[in-house]
Design a protein around this ligand. Structure first.
Ligand code: NAP
Length: 302
């Protein structure tokens, strides 16, 4: 039987409705809404597209949204000054600096300058540390891993005692999702293995996985015979493998493929996330959830 699809597009709608209802309730009771600033440096088309989607989603939810577009030539000092200003602004609860930044700017310094209590991307070392400790210490889990975990929970996949194999050890996906699946809490308590380019016999590790999370950035890396029958396969990879003309708009669009050979894998797996339409839509969704939570933490209602 082909795998059940875990569609990020559907789960996104459920979560956005939940956020929207909470925003309306907080506004009604306290007269305040979550405030999010998105800082974009330069004109990288992918970054513009991400920021546009974030702004659109924030507006749809009734957030106060400020878009701060800075020129490519902005100095590090100026960028840090902008962040300081938003750190101090009471009506801003979340600060997002769209990455990557131009080469003359030190990304680490920028991330570290964000008030950890407004760091809705969850990349500040303090929030990474909170994630490591787990439980009520966690404030802002990084958005993509948080989205992956949410998808697994909402699909009803059992994580308790499951063998989880994570392919990839990046700071934004692989390492944090491994930590999350390991925590002794709902949607976790799994036995976790992280594999990477230094791993001997990648396939044998993947074959043990009840839940296989792949974030390598290599199209079609995971073959169907690497998948345990009935396993849950979460494909995080987004790889541009070509271009085509969209039937809807008549414009050129990217052809995207995941890190898993989807057509063959869906015949073996129990659950699988498609690309596009799987993990992708969850990242912005969880950013919105973190921003709402930033307000709730500040108000002491969480
Ligand atoms: P990254 O920083 O490049 O890390 C890739 C990881 O995969 C590294 O740890 C690397 O190992 C490992 N790896 C690469 N090739 C491998 C191979 N052949 N065998 C075993 N391990 C291998 O990438 P990332 O930022 O985590 O992103 C991974 C993918 O997810 C990309 O396609 C990206 O576009 C996508 N992504 C999607 C979303 C979303 O949908 N919202 C968000 C973030 C990322 P080493 O450490 O040994 O080099």
């Amino acid at each position: 039987m082909p795998a059940r699809l875990i569609r990020g597009t559907e789960i996104r709608e459920q979560i956005l409705e939940e956020i929207s209802a909470e925003v309306a309730q907080i506004k009604r009771i306290y007269g305040i809404v979550p405030g999010l600033v998105t800082i974009l440096v330069g004109k990288n088309p992918a970054s513009i597209s991400y920021v546009t989607m974030k702004v659109k989603t924030a507006n749809r939810l009734g957030f106060r949204e400020i878009q701060d577009n800075l020129p490519e030539s902005v100095s590090q000092e100026d960028l840090l000054a902008h962040i300081q200003k938003y750190n101090q602004e009471d009506s801003i609860h979340g600060i997002l600096v769209q990455l990557p930044l131009p080469h003359h700017i030190d990304e680490k310094k920028v991330i570290n300058a964000i008030d950890p209590d407004k760091d809705v991307d969850g990349f500040h070392p303090i929030n990474m540390g909170r994630l490591m400790i787990g439980g009520s210490e966690i404030k802002f889990p990084p958005c993509t891993p948080a989205g992956i975990r949410e998808m697994i929970i909402r699909a009803g996949v059992e994580t308790n005692g499951a063998e989880v194999v994570v392919v990839g050890r990046s700071t934004i996906v692989g390492k944090p999702i491994a930590i999350m699946m390991l925590q002794k809490e709902r949607g976790g308590n799994a036995t976790v293995t992280v594999v990477h380019t230094g791993t001997k016999d990648l396939a044998s590790h993947c074959r043990r996985a009840d839940i296989l999370i792949v974030a390598a950035g290599v199209p079609g890396l995971v073959k169907p015979d690497w998948i345990k029958p009935g396993a849950c396969v979460v494909d995080v990879g987004v790889n541009k493998v070509g271009e085509m003309i969209s039937e809807k708009t008549g414009k050129k669009v990217a052809i995207l493929k995941g890190d898993v050979d989807f057509d063959a894998a869906k015949e073996v797996a129990g659950w699988i996330t498609p690309v596009p339409g799987g993990v992708g839509p969850m990242t912005i969704t969880m950013l919105m959830k973190n921003t709402l939570n930033a307000l709730k933490f500040k108000m002491g209602i969480i």
